[in-house]
Design a protein around this ligand. Sequence first.
Ligand code: IDP
Ligand code: MG
Length: 149
Amino acid sequence: MERSLIILKPDAVQRGLIGPILTRIEQRGLRIVGMKLIQIDEALARRHYAVHEGKPFFDSLISYITSGPVLVLVVTGANVIEIVRSMVGATNPVKAAPGTIRGDFALEIGRNLIHASDSPENGEMEVNLFFRAEELVDMRRSADQWIYE
Ligand code: IDP
Ligand code: MG
């Protein structure tokens, strides 16, 4: 069972795209087990994006992700890392396929709306960075039998 941390970045919140993006996540059948609206501070941003420290876009990335409230959520299930990454689309919206979130709603890499964990290991790390265990629910959905064989 994998877990993916998804962040609807400040541009998604400011543009009123929480609803349309969450709709896609719900419609796909993904199971949401945590969700909160927060403002990421610089320390958390630097930890979350530590892998990008030193890159030319690092400072602008930190100011972008801390520039306003974000919606963070945790989705869980078999293969959710790959499923969510494919829904999100390529990092650069210019290259993101139509039908993906970035391909349908974004135009530039520095305003690409959404973060999603890129491996099961990073999923675990990122979920633990943003959520305490008691903030997550143990969700049993009656619909699961119609979503999973
Ligand atoms: P990802 O969000 O698709 O996983 P990463 O390569 O992990 O992409 O980069 C993290 C974030 O940093 C991107 O979503 C984007 O907001 C920003 N970013 C990455 N590369 C660039 C760049 O070349 N210019 C500006 N921002 C970038
Ligand atoms: Mg990444």
